[in-house]
Design a protein around this ligand. Structure first.
Ligand SMILES: NC(=O)C1=CN([C@@H]2O[C@H](COP(=O)(O)OP(=O)(O)OC[C@H]3O[C@@H](n4cnc5c(N)ncnc54)[C@H](O)[C@@H]3O)[C@@H](O)[C@H]2O)C=CC1
Ligand SMILES: O=C(O)C(=O)Cc1ccc(O)cc1
Length: 286
């Protein structure tokens, strides 16, 4: 926001005194308040950046203190649950436009942000029907100002797409690291020592914030279970092919998946590796 001078004055808050002190110390915002109720007074734009399961409590707290005509948005990884829990509490005359930047790392807290985080990444907005066009245009410009590309979607579609591209992959990473941990005799030495790229990536993902991801799965339950069901079917098919020595099936399968990866790279969306590098370079928590 500072890089592109998108706000005249930025306020912020966090639940713990320690986080608020850190935010103050590193100059993350112009003014840090003890409560969300104080932080939103006179704000044109309010961005809720809490775990999905905490959105409702924060919405209840800020609602009586919002300026008339304020725009309220969020960055939660699930959208329908946020709409259901936040919208009923906001006053008439405010504009609620949920959002989700598809950018982040396994790190949390005020020291984990860096100005380039949203550069050339997608931010999906899920405006409700009848949403104020001027408020939507402003919010779109806000995200573009931070370097993101903006797309619009309805919330259920967002939740299904993200179940495929983010939520289920995270669950699989958590599971794989859990499996390795169960094999204690391997974990204690060899898994760490000989950790090849695949498992290393899983451990990075599985180091993500437990509260945030607990809430993602609790609130995007149906879509995640749907994708997990399909994942399990495919896994069983591959398991059978391995048992039966069906090399042709495995080869065909891996040829198809390789083409998908190449499609992602051709579309300019292969941002994982540079992103990881950026986190290190910009000194986020490690
Ligand atoms: N970390 C990531 O890579 C991404 C996260 N998101 C979404 O962004 C949101 C925030 O995540 P981060 O910024 O990573 O987390 P964070 O841990 O850096 O910040 C979360 C904030 O919420 C506060 N909080 C937690 N529980 C609360 C409660 N019950 N009541 C009031 N405040 C509470 C914490 O004190 C903290 O200030 C989540 O909804 C997450 O799904 C979206 C895209 C990427
Ligand atoms: O660290 C990673 O690789 C991520 O996938 C970050 C991330 C986490 C949650 C989101 O809703 C969006 C992006």
């Amino acid at each position: 926001i500072r890089r592109a001078d998108l706000a005249a004055h930025m306020t912020g808050t966090a639940r713990s005194a320690e986080t608020r002190a850190t935010a103050q110390e590193i100059g993350l915002v112009d003014q840090v308040f003890d409560t969300a109720a104080e932080a939103v007074v006179d704000a044109d734009l309010v961005v809720l950046c809490v775990p999905v399961g905490a959105m409702e409590a924060v919405a209840r707290e800020i609602a009586p203190h919002l300026a008339p005509g304020a725009t309220v948005t969020d960055v939660g990884s699930v959208k329908q649950a946020v709409i259901d829990s936040v919208a009923p509490h906001l006053p008439a005359g405010s504009h609620f436009i949920p959002g989700h930047p598809l950018a982040g790392t396994e790190h949390s807290g005020p020291r984990s942000g860096f100005a380039e985080l949203f550069d050339n990444r997608w931010c999906i907005l899920t405006p409700p029907e009848g949403c104020d066009p001027a408020a939507l245009a402003h919010l779109t410009q806000f995200w573009r100002g931070m370097g993101a590309n903006v797309d619009l979607m309805d919330a259920p579609h967002h939740d299904l797409v993200l179940a495929v591209t983010s939520h289920t992959p995270h669950l699989i990473a958590y599971t794989m690291v859990g499996v390795a941990d169960d094999l204690r005799r391997v974990t204690d030495s060899e898994v760490i020592k000989y950790s090849a790229a695949g498992f290393r990536d899983f451990t990075r993902i599985a180091a993500s914030d437990p509260v945030m991801w607990r809430d993602v799965f609790l609130t995007n339950k149906d879509a995640t279970l749907e994708i997990l069901g399909r994942f399990t079917e495919e896994l069983f098919a591959l398991q059978r092919a391995i048992r039966q020595g069906d090399g042709a099936l495995l080869h065909d399968y891996f040829t198809r998946t390789r083409a998908i990866r190449r499609g992602i790279i051709d579309a300019g969306q292969d941002t994982d590796a540079p992103d990881f590098g950026r986190v290190r370079k910009h000194g986020a928590d490690s």
